[in-house]
Ligand binder design. Sequence first.
Ligand code: SAH
Length: 399
Amino acid sequence: MDEIFATKNRKRLVLKPGKERVVANRHPWIFGGAIGSESGQADAAIADLVDTKGTLLASGFYSPRSEIRLRALTFGDEELTAELISKRVAAAIARRRPLLGGRTNALRLINAEGDDLSGLVVDLYNDVAVAEVANAGVERIKDVILDGIRLELKPRLIYLSNDLPARGLEGLPTEPQAIGEGEPATTIVENGLRFEVDPASGQKTGFFLDQRDNRALTQSLASGRRMLNLFSYTGAFGVYAAAGGATFVENVDGSNIAIESARRNHELNGTSNLARFVVADAFGHVRQLSASGERFGLIVCDPPAFARRRVDVDRAARGYKDINLYAMRLLEREGFMLTFSCSGHMSLDLFQKVIFAAALDAGRRVSFVRRLTAGADHPVSIYCPEGEYLKGFLLEVLE
Ligand code: SAH
């Protein structure tokens, strides 16, 4: 492994004059457009970025095909070694130890830039670690990372999901790989509640860990209320609401597989008797509920990212407004709603405006009670604010 990090095996990238600000801001993404010339090994995992005088500016993971040519891990003359990466893996896990225990055994272990490991995400699901390697450089040194995880946590299985679109663009294999024993499916405990997670068939790495704290908030608000869980996926918010004393929970998702899993998760927690499971398009379903006069005291609206690209933002804003408007109409007076956007391109400011417009059109008086974001196991690098994709509000409908 040390060979891969040896200077002779690194790529050498020369920064274009005038692009110094790119490095001064310590943003880890160095785009191809900022690079004047490249030399060295074609299949290098690691690259050094230098100025025209040859002074070392940054080192990191190299990708010949990605727009992000270099994912910087160190700046200035700090030396990039396998040992440094091992230390960062160990530090990321150590930072989360206080969150892990009998009540919660699933969380994000490594959050890319937020843990100074751009290009890498690792989630822990009880005895299974699921890694998403998004970059050619990370792929070549991944054994350093997997060894670190094994040493710290001894998982039964490490599952490399490999289905990221970015891997196709990078020319990396997209077949999943399982290293260890048994199947990737497992049962996790989160805040004392149990969920089945199947990294092989689920969305993303299998479960939306970023919502853990918001699910706990949902539980604390649920007592005595009828709850509507829009875009429920495997029913996690609904299970929490039921545990918090909701009188009825309706989980709605477009995916039959997700809804079947939601049913099993309610069964696992002994709450399927008060839950309903609906496979439907949420946009149509809220209209139907509205027409039939149904009302709820608590609604969670957690749709998929409507804006995956910047050009989609306008269309996405219309989608968010539509679903939120109808959801607000379904709320009882003094009802609560947790509403989210996980589109990176949708700013907090714009999302707030969308909610405002939805409230106006719904004819409801709404107050912003709290801003919501991802949990502490999803740290965001101040140099890479793009890492903060999840935004939400706790709303109260007053009238
Ligand atoms: N709230 C969930 C995560 C939601 S992920 C949790 O905490 O686990 C988004 C979900 O929206 C996916 O399960 C997807 O199947 C579903 N979905 C996407 N488009 C939809 C639509 N138009 N109507 C209903 N569900 C949809």
